[in-house]
Design a protein around this ligand. Structure first.
Ligand SMILES: [Zn+2]
Ligand SMILES: [Zn+2]
Ligand SMILES: [Zn+2]
Length: 288
C-alpha cells in the first residue's frame, strides 16, 4: 500500500480529497496519498491527482460530450485532509448521490488506504504481481500489460495472481477452563471485501501457557502460575479456499499467535474466497 511504502522509505506524505463538479453539481470524489518528497515513482505530487481528473474527463467524453465541451463544464477542487482526525469536506452547490452536503468518514471511507487501487488507474485493484521494482497492484491484465510492456490479453486469457485479502482480527476470546469449559473463538474480516467469520470456534480453550516473570535477584524466569489470556493476540497468516483433484472445495484457515507467550493456533474450516474482490466493505462505506 502506498502509505506503507512511503513509511518504509521515511518519506512524509499527506492526504487530499478531490471533488469533481459538473456545471456546479457534485459528481464524485477521490482520495489520494501525496508524497511530500516530490513525485515518488507515479504516486507523487501531481501524478495521482491528474490521473483521476483525466479519468473523470475521459468518462464523460466517452459518454455523451465532445472533449472541448467537457473541459469547460467540469471543475475539480482539492482539499487537504487528515484521516486520523476528520476528513469531512463540504460539498458546494447541488449534491446528487450523497445524503447531505458533506462527505464525512461515515459517508465515505473508501480511500487509497483501505481500498487498494490499480497502480495505473483509479479502478479497484484485482491482481497483485511482482514487477521489476517490487509488488504492484493492477485492475487487470490491461493495466498490468501497459505497465510491463507485455500483452497479457483479456483477464480470462492469462490468469494473473489474484489480489490477497487484508485480514484483520475483530475480536478474540481465549475460552475458559472453569466449568462450563468453553472453547476459544475468533472473529476476523478482510479490510477490502465482505469476507467475515464471526465467533468461529477452535473447539478447545487456549489457556495453556503460563506467564513467566524475570526475577532480578535470582536472575531467572519464574512461573507466575497465571495463564496467559493472549491479550495482544495477532493475525499471522491465512490460506484461502482451495480445490482438490475432483474440484471439491477445501476450506481455508487463519493462523494467529500471541506475542507475549508464543502460543499459536490455526482456525480451520474458514470459508475464505479465492482472491479478494477488493470492492470495499459494504458496511464501511457508501459507493457512488
Ligand atoms: Zn488499471
Ligand atoms: Zn478480501
Ligand atoms: Zn499468550
Amino acid at each position: 500500500m502506498i502509505s506503507k511504502d512511503l513509511d518504509q522509505k521515511n518519506i512524509p506524505y499527506h492526504y487530499e480529497i478531490g471533488l469533481a463538479y459538473i456545471e456546479g453539481a457534485f459528481m464524485g470524489n477521490h482520495i489520494v496519498v501525496i508524497s511530500e518528497a516530490g513525485d515518488q515513482d507515479h504516486y507523487g505530487t501531481q501524478g495521482a491527482k491528474k490521473r483521476w481528473e483525466n479519468m473523470m474527463l475521459s468518462e464523460l467524453v466517452d459518454e455523451e460530450l465532445p472533449a472541448s465541451m467537457v473541459e469547460d463544464i467540469i471543475t475539480f477542487e482539492w482539499h487537504k485532509v487528515d484521516p486520523q482526525e476528520d476528513w469531512s469536506v463540504e460539498i458546494a452547490g447541488e449534491y446528487l448521490p450523497v445524503s447531505g452536503p458533506m462527505i464525512t468518514k461515515d459517508t465515505l471511507s473508501m480511500s487509497a488506504e483501505s481500498y487498494p487501487t490499480c497502480y495505473l488507474c483509479p479502478k479497484p485493484a484485482k491482481i497483485e504481481v511482482m514487477t521489476a521494482i517490487g509488488m504492484r497492484n493492477f485492475c487487470g491484465n490491461k493495466c498490468r500489460g501497459d505497465y510491463e510492456g507485455i500483452d497479457y490479453g483479456p483477464d480470462d486469457y492469462y490468469i494473473s495472481p489474484k489480489l490477497e485479502h487484508d485480514i484483520e482480527l475483530v475480536s478474540y476470546y481465549p475460552g475458559s477452563i472453569s466449568s462450563p469449559n468453553r472453547s476459544a473463538t475468533l472473529s476476523a474480516k478482510c479490510r477490502n471485501c465482505d469476507f467475515t467469520t464471526r465467533n468461529q470456534s477452535f473447539y478447545q480453550h487456549h489457556l495453556v501457557k503460563t506467564l513467566e516473570e524475570w526475577d532480578e535477584d535470582a536472575e531467572e524466569w519464574w512461573d507466575t502460575g497465571e495463564k496467559c489470556r493472549h491479550d495482544k493476540m495477532q493475525y499471522l497468516d491465512y490460506l484461502e479456499n482451495g480445490e482438490d483433484a475432483w474440484g471439491n472445495i477445501i476450506a481455508g484457515h487463519i493462523v494467529i499467535g500471541c506475542p507475549t507467550c508464543g502460543f499459536k493456533d490455526t482456525l480451520s474450516h474458514v470459508n475464505i474466497p479465492q482472491g479478494c474482490d477488493n470492492r470495499g466493505r459494504v458496511e464501511d462505506y457508501i459507493r457512488f
